[in-house]
Design a protein. Structure first.
Length: 565
């Protein structure tokens, strides 16, 4: 049915109504719209489709089903595209610097397209790591009725009778360098690890953030769990299109959903599922756009009271599709709500509360992916926030899946990922070492590259239980082991990590929440006096602008006003 143009004071009415808007209407009719189309609310379909990765590959076709749902509900869809950068493809190269930068570009481009065309509401189709928070940031910034739709996880590959994901390939690289598998075996794994469209299959960053946006209330609970190539995905997409129009008519807006309770719910889901450290950056950034106070130490507080109950890779045994078969995000939410660990009364985009949506969870009899609360995988959650002499503003470590809680060892210091990777590849890292990778922070990189190539190689060489790593960069959601990231202040800002030298004793103590170096005050003062801020690596373009504007990882690495230096 058509919705009368006078039903609401939608932004699009200023675009298409009145004699003076005849030229705009003519242009839109030239794009294939009719007068009837223009009488309806105009709903943006923000698509992050791209051919450079499997994660977003299915979104082009999925958008057609979203648009069908919008039309069925009485709206007119207008699709536009934005960029995406594949972490998995760019990993270990200079291109990886673009990944976190792309989050801001995605948010900005969605905002500009929506504001520029005075669209009334939105469905954002998201897939790979930065498209989810980027779209969520735009939704919070615009505060127009709308929701996110995650394209879904990839099916696991099969190799020698077992399920495999992209993390198996990264770790196999290290195994090949150690001589424990051949290059032919590595190639055979490479051929089957990613069997088609969909985002990386463990509780890596994409699936972590897909869970987070559902518990934030800006994506329907359970919608993201339907895998990318599942026959039921088109129906989920059509429902998302209808929902955007329903939200417009009900005037249900993102900032009504993005409350402090919603962010606490999302954090609880992340830590209960052994999710990615990147969720810290992204939830801080979304909260900043929504105007919700959120601090890095809130993650530690919530993790300390929340058990780890979802046995998902990389710390656990199962993949994202296994979680869906077991009962999905709804089951995790139902467990947490039953224990009072999430706020069940928090409203979601569908008009239901989180508690109401979670109550409909269908648990598969005999499933082992989500444990009972009385028998958790661990009594506390998967993320810990550290402070101390090396990280006065904070650092993040994932503890899900390993019991290694304390380590002291000599620093092996590298200025940049390439130098560190060369040392790991050449087998120059010994058991007990603490690998330090610096000048990879938000400003120093710029772009805060992930270190999955290094951490995967360390694990693949059999050093995953004896070599720790700290960095002002970040880690893939697939990383596991005693790996401390997001060290702030970063080296490029003169943070203490910039003052380390080879051989300094470094201690990581998870239980004490400390990452520190045993360096005397006099020696540290002399090093600080000799330290000089490195020259910027990029002088023009997006990378240069980002380096000039980005803030601390401890506050989400969001862009601010220009600063000196």
């Amino acid at each position: 049915m058509a919705v009368a143009s006078t039903a609401r004071p939608w932004p699009s009415r200023r675009l298409v109504e009145g004699r003076e808007r005849a030229a705009a209407r003519a242009m839109l009719k030239g794009a294939g719209l009719t007068g009837g189309d223009l009488a309806r609310p105009l709903i943006g379909v923000a698509n992050t489709w791209i051919e450079t990765m499997p994660c977003n590959l299915g979104l082009r076709g999925l958008a057609e089903h979203v648009k069908r749902g919008i039309r069925a509900a009485g709206g007119t869809p207008l699709e536009f595209n934005t960029i995406a950068v594949s972490d998995g493809v760019a990993m270990g190269t200079e291109g990886m610097k673009a990944s976190l930068i792309s989050r801001e570009v995605i948010a900005d481009s969605i905002e500009v397209a929506m504001r520029g065309h005075l669209l009334d509401g939105m469905v954002a189709l998201v897939g790979c790591d930065k498209t989810i928070p980027g779209a969520a940031m735009a939704l919070a910034r615009l505060d127009l009725p709308g929701c996110l739709l995650y394209g879904g996880a990839i099916q696991p590959g099969r190799f020698r009778g077992r399920d495999v994901t992209i993390i198996d390939v990264f770790e196999a690289i290290g195994a090949a360098e150690a001589g424990t598998i051949s290059d032919q075996e590595l190639g055979a794994l490479e051929d089957v690890a990613c069997p088609g469209a969909g985002a990386c299959g463990g509780q890596f960053t994409a699936n972590t953030m897909a869970m987070a946006i559902e518990l934030l209330g800006i994506a329907p609970l359970g919608s993201g769990g339907v895998p990318a190539v599942d026959p039921g995905k088109p129906a989920v997409a059509e429902a998302a299109g209808r929902l955007a129009v329903e939200m417009l008519l009900a005037d249900r807006r993102p900032r009504q959903l993005l409350t402090a309770a919603a962010f606490a719910n999302a954090i609880a889901g992340v830590v209960a599922s052994g999710g990615s450290t990147n969720a810290v950056l992204h939830l801080l950034a979304i909260a900043a756009e929504a105007g919700v106070p959120l601090e890095i130490d809130d993650f530690d507080r919530i993790s300390a009271r929340t058990p780890w109950i979802a046995d998902l890779r990389p710390g656990g045994r199962y993949n994202a599709v296994d979680l869906t078969r077991a009962g999905g995000v709804q089951l995790v939410a139902r467990r947490l709500a039953a224990a009072g660990l999430i706020e069940g009364s928090a409203l979601t985009c569908t008009g239901q509360t989180v508690g109401e949506a979670a109550a409909a969870a269908q648990e598969t009899p005999g499933q082992e992916v989500v444990t009972p609360l009385e028998r958790p995988l661990a009594p506390t959650g998967g993320l810990v926030i550290l402070h101390g002499s090396l990280a006065p503003e904070g650092a993040v470590v994932k503890v899900a899946g390993h019991q290694w809680r304390r380590h002291t060892g000599p620093a092996r210091v590298f200025d940049g990922e390439e130098a560190a990777m060369a040392a790991v590849t050449a087998r120059r890292i010994a058991p007990g070492d603490v690998v330090v990778v610096r000048y990879e922070g938000p400003r120093g990189g710029p772009g805060m590259r992930e270190m999955l190539g290094i951490t995967g190689a360390i694990v693949g060489q059999g050093l995953g239980a004896s070599v720790a790593l700290i960095t002002d960069g970040r880690f893939s959601g697939a990383t596991h082991g005693l790996m401390v990231g997001h060290v702030a202040p970063e080296a490029a800002e003169g943070g203490p990590i910039a003052l380390l030298v080879d051989g300094d004793p470094v201690t990581i103590d998870v239980d004490a929440r400390v990452v520190s170096a045993e360096v005397g005050a006099t020696e540290l003062a002399a090093r600080r006096a000799a330290w000089r801020r490195p020259e910027r690596r990029y002088r023009v373009g997006a990378f240069a602008r980002y380096a000039a504007l980005v803030g601390s990882a401890a506050r989400g690495a969001v862009l601010g006003v220009p600063v000196d230096g």
